[in-house]
Design a protein around this ligand. Sequence first.
Ligand code: F6P
Length: 318
Amino acid sequence: MKRIGVLTSGGDCSGINATLKAIVEEAYKNNIRVTGFLEGYNGLVNNLAIELTPLQVSGILQRGGTILMTSRCEEFMQESGFKKALKTLEEEKIEGLIVIGGDGSLRGAKKLAESGIVCVGIPESIDNDIYGTDMALGVDTALNIITNAIDIIRDTASSHKRAFVIETMGRESGYLALMSAMASGAEAVLIPEVEYDIDSIMNRLKQEHERGRKYSIVVVAEGVKKTQEVTEKLKKEVGFDTRVTILGHIQRGGNPSVFDRTLGMRLGIKAVQSLINKKFGMVGLQGSDIKNVAFDVVFSNKKVFSQMMLEFARLKSR
Ligand code: F6P
């Protein structure tokens, strides 16, 4: 194997640059050169190839975002765009491709693999909704950002005797909301995976309020789409002066945590080794090891919460 390619696709997160550094360094150790494709699958469709050398990836480990840039590329999903992508891989003499991305991007990698491209996927998404990896890249950094934000908000909430509704990202996954609610001691949490009872939450918070509780923090996953309703009810039914904080894209940037730096490096090394050893599919964190997981296994299973986390969610959502 003389040359491999790499691209970063879908929503970005922290830890991707550490992964790119590990990929390039591991490839060079094995006398393999690396082509980076800019802007995700758009870089394959429109041949936006650049040479990635160890020098180019030095000093990037601690930076958020992705030096390769990213996109959600519609054209790649069309047959004509997909054919252009295959042509680019041939033109650039790519013998193996690493795709760093979330669910949709890894499905693209699976499609490439089914067309005969030697392909390895690295799971990256703050949503942590990818089966086959305990943690996707970027989740830990996002959780730290959210938890810090809730700690900060708690200071002002308690000073003003207010309730705060905090909306987290995650699409249809409530992982960020649930874990940050646990880590920050939020009074209530709403996630798509667990049935919630807003009226019962309000009764509980009202009773606590009447017993002297000065403030309340309610974390709502964006996927439940109840931020406004919960805010109105906290005002009208519980009697709290209430504010909303939608955390938004601050959850996707910033310097990666130590966990995401080391996870990214380990996934990057394993991805290159997998290409060399012809073990295709996704690489993921399972327990304390980085393992190979077939794309079919990734996409025919659904990631679920542990029993303990489900019970915690039930307790906090009524
Ligand atoms: O999938 C990652 C994610 O950050 C989701 O949590 C969120 O819903 C979405 O991407 C936001 O997408 P965009 O950056 O395109 O607004």
